[in-house]
Design a protein around this ligand. Structure first.
Ligand SMILES: Nc1nc2c(ncn2[C@@H]2O[C@H](COP(=O)(O)OP(=O)(O)OP(=O)(O)O)[C@@H](O)[C@H]2O)c(=O)[nH]1
Ligand SMILES: [Mg+2]
Length: 363
């Protein structure tokens, strides 16, 4: 028998988009290459990437890479943003990053409003933003606070300390504490591994509490391997010792990797799609919450476009409902037909039994 060919049942794996943001030289490129175990990002920007999103002066680039984590294929998209420094251009960079995040929401909003969906549409919403804090050992800078504050309503911000081996263990501990105090003080809604004491099981609560207590993740990245006891180990070598990437005593790299690519991948996606995107969508359609520095009045042509979109969406929903009803009716017809066929078959069976009984009868 010829094998049954089914369309669309190829195992695709899961897709995840992670953005890296932070001051220049905080180790973003090294981290990405360590995470992917490949040279995904180069240490110098080139202009030839086909996925380049070129804005005046700043470039935000998306890079796709396939990974495997615990047997699951992950299509990872890394969106790197250019590093920025302590200069007046920071405001421009902040705006570009916000624009990028919102543009991905706008794209899906437009796609969902179409009557006919584009089967090749790619959902490029960013599920996690790793914010790299430089290891200066003081506390958050004004720039870090304002950037995380502005981006947190749009994306799951996960703060990390880059090049964490620049600090001693006790310096790092104190630095982490001050950072979290600032985040709390300024009420920055970062991704803090949320859980619900009533709903979640003990294991989840324990795991999330532990990850929350690790924040911000102290990262050591390295594109080089050394040999320790005959085993290859990713590490940075210093005259006074070795800082190992995957050793939980040295860095939070493996904890972050596990959360991103395994334990919290789904949570990050659900929060992005059901909470952050939905909030943006509601804001965009009602334009109510845009009071800070944005224009809150709606132009008549925008209103018209919005109402056309809403109508299109309504039409699409009705179309979907009709399709569902049609399918249900068809299913019912099929079931009735099968019942009928079964009854006919039973009747034929009965007739032939009666006929053979008639032949065998002595009368
Ligand atoms: N000590 C230490 N140095 C690091 C670490 N990660 C990266 N570096 C070094 O820091 C420098 C900057 O690293 P990159 O990964 O290029 O930093 P970046 O944030 O991508 O920098 P730009 O793209 O230039 O903004 C390089 O010399 C790296 O070798 C780390 O974990 N520890
Ligand atoms: Mg870089």
């Amino acid at each position: 028998m010829a094998p049954i060919r089914r369309r669309g049942n190829k195992i695709k794996g899961v897709q995840l988009t992670v953005m890296t943001v932070g001051a220049s030289g905080t180790g973003r490129t090294t981290f990405v290459n360590t995470l992917c175990e490949a040279d995904v990002l180069s240490h110098k920007y080139s202009d030839d990437a086909s996925t380049a999103h070129s804005e005046a002066g700043i470039k935000i680039k998306a890079h796709n890479v396939d990974l495997e984590e615990e047997g699951v294929r992950i299509q990872l998209t890394i969106v790197d943003t250019p590093g920025f420094g302590d200069n007046i251009d920071n405001e421009f960079a902040f705006q570009e990053i916000t624009n990028y995040l919102e543009r991905q929401y706008d794209d899906i909003l437009a796609e969902q409003s179409r009557i006919k969906r584009n089967p090749r549409f790619k959902d490029s919403r960013v599920h996690a933003l790793l914010y790299f804090i430089p290891p200066d050992g003081h506390s958050l800078r004004e720039m870090d606070i304002s950037l995380m504050r502005r981006l947190s309503p749009r994306v799951n911000v996960i703060p990390v300390i880059g090049r964490a081996d620049s600090l001693t263990k006790s310096e790092l501990k104190a630095f982490k504490r001050r950072i979290m105090e600032d985040i709390e003080h300024y009420d920055i809604p970062i991704y803090n591994f949320p859980y619900d004491v009533e709903e979640d099981d003990e294991e989840t609560i324990e795991e999330n509490t532990e990850l929350r207590n690790t924040l911000p993740f102290a990262i050591i990245g390295s594109e080089e391997e050394i040999e320790i006891d005959g085993e290859p180990v990713r590490a940075r070598v210093y005259p006074w010792g070795v800082a190992e990437v995957d050793n939980p005593q040295h860095s939070d790299f493996s904890r972050l990797r596990g959360a991103l690519l395994n334990s919290h991948l789904n949570d990050l996606k659900v929060l992005t799609e059901d909470v952050l995107y939905e909030t943006y969508r509601t804001e965009k359609l009602s334009r109510g919450a845009y009071s800070d520095n944005r224009e809150s009045t709606i132009l008549p042509e925008e209103l018209a476009t919005q109402s056309v979109r809403l109508k299109e969406e309504q039409l699409r929903r009705e179309e979907e409902k009709l399709r569902e009803i049609e399918m249900r009716v068809q299913r019912e017809i099929m079931e009735r037909r099968q019942e009928l066929l079964a009854k006919e078959e039973a009747l034929r069976h009965l007739e032939s039994r009666l006929a053979s009984q008639g032949q065998n009868s002595p009368y």
